[in-house]
Design a protein around this ligand. Structure first.
Ligand code: ADP
Ligand code: MG
Length: 620
């Protein structure tokens, strides 16, 4: 008999299951039933597409058996089964990064954490919350030999050959003494109803009950074995909308989301005509934990005529909608559609297009608190969509929200244009990493003074790439305030005049700063600050930042333009200062403090600090 060590990560996971995650233990039933259902889906598919597995007598079933005398609960199926290697690979090792992600996302709140188990592809191990010993007997469809995988969950497992008639898997769970409540028919029934009612296969509960026949002295009590189906066993999405209530949809959501939260919203559509398909999509209230991981688990399952095809296709919806959970069931795709060719399949492309429209439509319709929840969870992926989904850009722009210079909270482009200058039709924005820095940017001063709203876009790394390519929203053009002239009342001639008046000063500052700035000029966009810096929008690199970011490279440095405020006391005094070294210090401070205001760093921080200290000393 071969003994094996669990992979280290699983060892840790098992410890966690047995010692820390003690609330919500009942979910092990949901997880094992879900595994059985997956195994039945796989065999069902084989039996319909592969001659070798054709079996007209087969009908998929899950059974749960309660044995009080033995203290065991058994969950079994006649699904695809596992051979020796499968048992070791799937139950003894974890190929997916699931465990790691799970561990990383633990909050310390046992109830929350145990709810996460199913989301990370580690559901099987939840059984160790209640088990003293687990024996998995399995026979893989099409193979002769069955195997048993046994463990007490403490670090080692064994695998040995056994005999078993039919293909499929049976999990024997010897319950810990304090977990015997799961031997009660009512408890099991309740848990199955709660999480697994809409598993598409019948779940049969086998139990024994004492029955008394006769009366008085003739009464005989016998233990009788009974069996009853305890779930609805319907593929919910195949029922008509009019038959279904919100409760039904929410119940099904629990099954597919491996959790007990309710969805933010759902949409169920049957499309008929030249192509027929049904979709049922859910938007979760909280974004999936792995939404920003490259190896995220896709949330949509593909069925063909109710036969499960895949739950591992990331292209059923565009990647930015990866938070959607649900089902696509097509009547027209061939059952044996090659998974590799799914991407190029026109039927599927059409379903995808239709689904995206429906989903975005539903999102746009969200109101009040729901809309707020959506934005809080998914605003960033919507921006991803703006960047990647040209076809739906318009509606995505209706959905996305930003911070604003004139009010708290988030505003939409629609909000902006409803109060903007409808002659000029311009939407102003500023991007950066830090909200505070942006709000206090000297570049905003002129807009504040002129009472013009500016969108504050502080989504690190996203806005600076996405926003420049938005271009137009409903005839309004988007303008990055760091690249356009500020609003002011001065005419071109007046500006020219001022610029001439201060020419010797700006030239002299440029001489001091040398290559650090491309140009020094007088500004009309400042009120209270003495200076500001702008990126040179005429630089050929300016428009390419986006491309660099896409290639995962650092953005190129764009030359800076220093603008000084001719109305500021400091500038007025500087123009005429004869102390050369003081003039140089102040020139550098004008540049470095303007950089700091935009969240940029002075080139030489030490020198900057020294200059400030030296000036402060003089001032005292
Ligand atoms: P997940 O179901 O997310 O893959 P689990 O930890 O629940 O993660 O299960 C691990 C793997 O073990 C499954 O992917 C499957 O390959 C295998 N497995 C578990 N239970 C069964 C079963 N009843 N029949 C066949 N395979 C199973
Ligand atoms: Mg599972």
């Amino acid at each position: 008999m071969a003994k094996h060590q669990f992979q280290t990560e699983i060892g840790q996971l098992l410890k966690l299951m047995t010692h820390s995650l003690y609330s919500n233990k009942e979910i092990f039933i949901r997880e094992l039933v879900s595994n059985s259902s997956d195994a039945l889906d796989k065999f069902n598919y084989l039996s319909l597409t592969d001659e070798k597995f054709k079996n007209d007598n087969w009908s998929g079933k899950i059974f749960i058996k309660l044995d009080e005398a033995d203290g065991t609960l058994t969950i079994g199926d006649n699904g695809v089964g596992m051979n020796e290697a499968d048992l070791m690979d799937h139950l003894g090792t974890i190929a997916k990064s699931g465990t790691k992600a799970f561990m990383e996302n633990l909050t310390g709140d046992a109830k929350k954490d145990s709810n996460l188990i199913g989301q990370f592809g580690v559901g099987f191990y939840s059984v160790f919350m209640v088990a003293e010993q687990v024996d998995v007997i399995s026979k893989k469809a099409g193979e002769e030999q069955a195997y048993m995988f046994s463990t007490d969950g403490s670090g080692e497992y064994e695998v040995k050959p056994v005999t078993k008639e039919e293909h499929g898997t049976i999990v024997y769970i010897k319950l810990k003494d304090e977990e015997k409540e799961f031997l009660s028919k009512w408890k099991t029934q309740e848990v199955v109803k709660k999480y697994s009612n809409h598993i598409a296969y019948p779940i049969m509960l086998n139990y024994s009950e004492d029955e008394t026949t006769g009366e008085g002295d003739d009464a005989v009590t016998k233990s009788v074995n009974k069996s009853e189906q305890i779930n609805a066993a319907t593929a919910l999405w195949t029922l008509s909308k009019s038959e279904l209530k919100a409760e039904d949809y929410n119940e099904f959501y629990k099954t597919i989301s491996h959790g007990d939260a309710e969805p933010l919203t759902y949409l169920h559509n049957k499309v008929e005509g030249s192509q027929e398909f049904t979709t049922l999509f859910y938007i979760p209230k909280t974004a999936p934990m792995d939404m920003y991981r490259a190896d995220y688990t896709p949330g949509v399952k593909l069925y063909v005529k109710r036969v499960f095809i895949t739950d591992d296709d990331k292209e059923l919806l565009p990647p930015y909608l990866r938070f959607i959970k649900g089902v696509i069931d097509s009547e027209d795709l061939p059952l044996n559609v090659s998974r590799e060719l799914l991407q190029e399949n026109r039927i599927l492309a059409n379903i995808k297009q239709n689904s995206v429209k429906k989903i975005l439509g539903a999102i746009k319709k969200l109101e009040g608190e729901d809309a707020e929840t959506f934005t809080a969870q998914y605003n960033k992926v919507i921006k991803e969509g703006i960047y990647t989904d040209q076809m739906n850009k318009e509606i995505l722009l209706d959905i996305v929200k930003y911070k604003s210079s004139i009010e708290e909270g988030l505003v939409s482009f629609e909000d902006y244009i409803s109060r903007g200058d409808s002659e000029k039709k311009e939407i102003y924005y500023i991007t950066g990493e830090d909200e505070n820095v942006l709000r206090n940017s000297p570049l905003l001063e002129a807009y504040k003074k002129a009472n013009i709203e500016v969108l504050i876009m502080d989504d690190k790394e996203v806005d600076s790439i996405v926003s420049p390519m938005i271009g137009i929203y409903k005839e309004w053009s988007l303008k990055d305030i760091t690249t356009v002239d500020a609003p002011d009342s001065k005419t071109e001639e007046e500006k020219e005049e001022i610029s001439k008046e201060f020419k010797s000063l700006t030239d002299k500052i440029k001489e001091v700063l040398g290559e650090e700035v491309k140009e020094v000029k007088t500004s009309t966009r400042l009120t209270s600050s003495p200076s500001c810096v702008l990126k040179d929008s005429s630089d050929p690199m300016a428009g390419m930042a986006e491309m660099f970011a896409q290639m995962g490279q650092e953005m190129p440095e764009i030359p800076l333009i220093l603008e000084i405020n001719p109305e500021h006391e400091m500038i007025k005094k500087l123009d005429g200062l004869s102390d050369e070294s003081l003039f140089a210090d102040i020139s550098w401070i004008l540049l470095d403090s303007a950089k700091l205001s935009e969240g940029l760093e002075p080139k030489d921080k030490g020198a900057f600090a020294q200059r400030v200290a030296s000036l402060a000393t003089k001032a005292i």
